[in-house]
Ligand binder design. Structure first.
Ligand code: SF4
Ligand code: SF4
Length: 690
């Protein structure tokens, strides 16, 4: 008995000692902040924050890897509580909602086969992609509904998902589970940054529109008489809707599916109808904006592209300021389009609308004279975009008698050549000169540079050696001047310190390999300055402090090209033949350039990499389509009347007509009814009566 007690006691002491040692050896410290934040989080473990559960997100918040407001299932009160635990302030987050993108349900879409398997979209998708003829159509089995932990989704009577925005937390569970990419999270920022892909239901007209307006939707809203919502849809992608509704070449109408039956829908005239409605009411419909950020953006140039970039920048929540050299905004719209075609009132109305979005405008201020790019960065602007004009930026400004310089050390080659005969034109030449472009006037320019004391001249030519514009005599001149020619290369980046250019980066056009060379002067063999975005070089690369803080070192800046995809494959370097950002065939294309510029600046300011995708829609994309329309009645197109008096303005209120009057309400309704509300292969068929 005594022995047993002794044994049990000894065993107890041994186990106790082992446990004490184990608890010391395997002790895991639990940060009280993690515990407190974990307690504050709702415990839904939905994964909407991007972490596998609430505890993982709590750890990420404490380690600075996740935001205090990263929980999509919680409200502001939880974000505030977490911010208090962390001792930081909470900034506004932009709400995101699920948005379904399929419009033809089980009764309206054509089916390939009947599906009798398990009720799961992923299972159905494994069978030839699903039962719909449309390869990207919603399968309607509600996997997204089951995935939503917040009861925000349901399947409607048409077999398509419906979102309750009150309940949707934007956790993204539906987006992740949908095998057809039908449901996507949406927000103002996402809509602005978005490039269409082949996995989305984008109508033929929308694909053809350079700005990608959701045409089907604005026409549907006209049909429903909701004109304000219709204007909102148009302004999602177009800051000059009233102008464009008068001057657009309407590429969308050339792709309208109705052409398979009769005539295209009068898409642009319908746009004019709702935009005139807004203007005639004199009641501005302002599009949605993302929550305000602390980012300030300077845009040099108040033409179509510059103002569009400012508009989209403002909608992304930033504070844009436009610097325009002349006294008039609108660039080519103001200077080159006949007033009968584009009445000044209309242009002014759209420009006022852009300003009302929170765009500050300064006119009569010229880059290089009244301000400089580096000066703007030092003032606290986080990015500077140069949008100084179309194919010859100087024409819009009525010509120039001085050499122009938009950013430090950069000049147009034409100004260098002009300086030979015009003594008013002076260019402060450096020792280390780079010429971007390899045209036939380059040897003359090189001779001039040599005479003026430049001792290192490099020509970066986009042409291959064998296709070069330089004949043997020119090569001889260049060789005697000691100029180096880099063939098949494009300038991709400029770098400077304070008010000086210090280097340029060029890339080999075949391999993409990049090199830096020292440069204090850059000549651009073009009639215009390139569109670049300038930002301070990031702190981890230099000792330059963040903007707004006390300066502890020289300002180092860089100017980079805008992202050109998906309109063209990224052809590297300035002066590329497909430079869509520079070579706009129409005002509507410039608007899209402005949107892309705003998106590029947003990405640069936040260090976000452009999301490459192999399935962006381009002219080369092969998409499902229809070639014959069935059960569609012939309906003649409604025609707007010519304004016989051809006055500049109708004379009453703000109604401005020009060459033509707009649609009456009856005409607009009749025309809107002609739209087939196309999907990728679906469309609205005539109701067969009887
Ligand atoms: S949206 Fe996607 S997951 Fe939801 S019902 Fe349609 S196919 Fe299924
Ligand atoms: S019918 Fe309507 S949706 Fe279809 S292409 Fe024409 S305008 Fe666009």
């Amino acid at each position: 008995m005594f022995q047993s007690v002794l044994m049990m006691g000894g065993l107890g002491v041994a186990i106790g000692t082992a446990l004490v040692i184990a608890s010391k050896a395997f002790y895991v410290y639990e940060d009280p902040k993690v515990v407190a934040i974990d307690d504050a989080l709702p415990g839904a473990n939905c994964g909407g924050c991007g972490y596998p559960g609430c505890n993982a997100n709590a750890e990420a918040i404490v380690n600075g890897l996740s935001g205090v407001n990263s929980c999509v299932a919680a409200g502001d009160d939880v974000a505030m509580a977490i911010a208090q635990i962390m001792g930081v302030s909470v900034s506004d987050t932009e709400p995101e909602f699920a948005g379904p993108g399929c419009y033809y349900g089980k009764d309206d879409a054509d089916m390939e086969y009947d599906y009798l398997g398990i009720t799961d979209c992923r299972a159905a998708a494994l069978l030839f992609g699903g039962m719909k003829v449309c390869r990207i159509g919603c399968l309607g089995l509600g996997s997204c509904v089951k995935a939503c932990m917040f009861g925000a989704l349901s399947i409607g009577s048409d077999g398509l998902p419906k979102v309750d925005q009150e309940k949707c937390t934007g956790c993204g569970a539906c987006e992740r589970i949908c095998p057809k990419n039908i449901i996507r999270l949406t927000s103002v920022t996402r809509r602005i940054m978005r490039e269409y892909t082949t996995e989305e239901c984008v109508t033929p007209c929308q694909r053809a529109c350079p700005t990608g307006i959701d045409i089907k939707e604005y026409i549907r809203l006209i049909r429903e008489g909701d004109y304000e919502a219709s204007v909102q849809v148009i302004k999602e992608r177009n800051p000059f809707p009233t102008v464009i509704s008068r001057i657009c070449p309407a590429l969308c109408e050339f792709k309208c599916r109705r052409l398979l039956q009769d005539e295209s829908v009068a898409i642009n005239d319908l746009k004019r109808f709702v935009c005139d409605y807004e203007m005639n009411q004199n009641k501005r419909i302002l599009p949605y904006k993302a929550p305000a950020t602390d980012k300030q953006v300077a845009i040099i140039g108040g033409g179509v592209e510059g103002l569009s970039a400012a508009y989209f920048t403002a909608r992304l929540g930033h504070s844009p300021t436009v610097f325009e050299a002349t006294d008039a905004l609108g660039g080519i719209l103001c200077k080159a389009i006949a007033r009968e075609r584009l009445v000044k009132d209309v242009l002014d109305w759209d420009i006022e609308g852009i300003k009302e979005m929170g765009v500050t405008v300064k006119t009569h201020v010229k880059a290089g004279k009244d301000f400089t790019v580096d000066g703007l960065l030092k003032q606290g602007f986080h990015a500077v975009f140069t949008a100084t004009g179309g194919w010859d930026s100087r024409l819009a400004r009525g010509g120039v008698d001085q050499a122009e310089t938009v950013f430090p050390g950069a000049y147009l080659l034409i100004d260098l050549l002009r300086s030979q005969s015009d003594k008013n034109i002076t260019i402060p030449l450096g020792k280390n000169v780079v010429i971007a472009g390899g045209g036939i006037r380059v040897p003359d320019a090189v001779k001039l540079l040599k005479q003026s004391g430049s001792n290192k001249i490099t020509i970066v030519s986009r042409k291959q050696h064998e296709d070069s514009s330089f004949d043997p005599a020119a090569i001889d001149i260049l060789a005697k001047a000691g100029a180096t020619i880099i063939y098949n290369a494009g300038v991709t980046r400029v770098v400077g310190e304070e008010s000086n250019l210090t280097a340029i980066e060029y890339a080999a056009l075949d391999t993409g390999e990049k090199q830096m060379i020292d440069a204090d002067t850059l000549f651009i063999a073009s009639g215009r300055f390139p569109e670049l975005v300038f930002v301070p070089v990031r702190d981890d690369e230099t000792d330059h402090p963040q903007n707004g803080q006390e300066k502890i070192g020289p300002l180092v800046w860089e100017g980079v090209e805008l992202q050109k995809k998906p309109d063209t494959n990224m052809e590297l370097g300035l002066l590329s033949s497909q430079d869509v950002i520079s070579e706009y065939p129409s005002a509507v294309a410039s608007i899209n350039g402005g949107r892309k510029a705003a998106a590029a600046m947003h990405n640069l300011m936040y260090g976000i990499k452009f999301q490459e995708s192999s399935n962006f829609i381009t002219d080369q994309s092969i998409l499902q389509d229809v070639t014959v329309l069935k059960n569609v009645d012939v309906l003649p197109r409604n025609i707007i009347k010519l304004n016989k008096e051809q006055k500049g303005s109708a004379g009453g209120g703000r109604v401005s007509t020009g060459f033509s009057t707009g649609f009456s309400t009856e005409q607009a309704q009749a025309e809107a009814a002609r739209c087939l509300r196309c999907g990728l292969v679906c469309y609205e068929k005539s109701k067969i009566v009887g």
